[in-house]
Ligand binder design. Structure first.
Ligand SMILES: Nc1ncnc2c1ncn2[C@@H]1O[C@H](COP(=O)(O)OP(=O)(O)O)[C@@H](O)[C@H]1O
Ligand SMILES: CC(C)(COP(=O)(O)O)[C@@H](O)C(=O)NCCC(=O)O
Length: 270
């Protein structure tokens, strides 16, 4: 039996997971990782935090047989990530990029090398779980929305500021708006500044998903499955469910679609 260690370095959080070779990326269960965790991506910049992370990972799991990653947080972060385990120098690190080939899949991106590796790996992860026309929504630092056809074609997508970025940008660029805070009462049209911001930013995110569904239908790629992933997935799902929008039966909150995609790609490249 082999063990694979996978990293997904986003602009806010660094996620990792390790999985044994007895499992498959097409396995539907969410909790398929034998080990997993996350920290702030910024921690990579600190030698102390790097040492803590490396110590924690190397003490909680056996030596992996292969390591693979996606990183959209810049070259320095990649360098710092790859410096974590000097004791495992014989293990080759495999980096998935936006233009990494995957059997049966293709992107219409004009220059696939510019496609975010986390977007491409989430698309691969979604393909492992379902061969239907799918929308992949990764609600993280940015919110990305991508269309994947049942034929394996990525038709492109959108990049929006994520929920926190939207809130922060309103606070930073206006005189009167505070940093909004979500509370249980936020529903429908806002009747306070806080509610108006929270509801407005939710509407921008959910409205973009609705628009993507409409546009995909016009393109003859009617969406049968929506994967909602990332740090804000559950928040958005709650809002979607409470307002009974988008045909909730086809939406699923997925956990670690990027990690799943990197793992699937690694299995084809070792
Ligand atoms: N514990 C948390 N730490 C940081 N961000 C969180 C946390 N919980 C929810 N979030 C939200 O999730 C976003 C980060 O989600 P994530 O999918 O990890 O993003 P990325 O892949 O871009 O690093 C943040 O911008 C924030 O809005
Ligand atoms: C859009 C992103 C910033 C999202 O990053 P994240 O929110 O996951 O940290 C990332 O996928 C990226 O840098 N993409 C490159 C540009 C593109 O995909 O076209």
């Amino acid at each position: 039996m082999s063990l694979y260690l996978i990293f997904d370095v986003g602009n806010t959080r660094l996620k990792w997971a390790a999985v044994e070779s007895t499992k498959q990326p097409s396995d539907q269960q969410k909790k398929l990782w034998d080990y997993s965790g996350s920290i702030n991506t910024q921690s990579l910049q600190s030698p102390e935090h790097r040492a803590e992370l490396a110590d924690y990972i190397s003490k909680t799991l056996p030596k992996p047989d292969a390591i693979a990653f996606s990183c959209v947080a810049g070259k320095e972060a990649i360098h710092q990530l790859q410096s974590l385990f000097p004791q495992w120098q014989d293990i080759q690190w495999k980096q998935l990029s936006g233009d990494s080939a995957f059997d049966g899949m293709r992107t219409l991106y004009q220059d696939p090398s510019k496609l975010g590796s986390d977007r491409w790996s989430a698309i691969i992860g979604a393909r492992c779980l379902s061969k239907t026309n799918s929308l992949i929504v990764n609600a993280g630092t940015a919110t990305t929305i991508d269309v994947l056809g049942s034929n394996g074609m990525h038709y492109g997508g959108w990049i929006l500021p994520g929920l926190s970025l939207m809130h922060q940008s309103l606070e930073a660029n206006t005189a009167q708006l505070p940093l909004a805070a979500r509370d249980a009462s936020t529903q429908g049209f806002g009747t306070s500044t806080n509610e108006a911001i929270i509801g407005g930013c939710d509407a921008a995110q959910i409205g973009a998903i609705q628009y993507a569904l409409d546009l995909a239908k016009q393109m003859n790629v009617p969406i049968e499955k929506i994967w909602l992933d990332g740090g804000n997935a559950k928040t958005l799902m709650n809002q979607i469910q409470q307002a009974n929008l988008l045909g909730t039966e086809k939406i699923e909150v997925s956990e670690g679609l990027v990690l799943r995609g990197v793992w699937a790609w690694l299995l084809k490249n070792i």
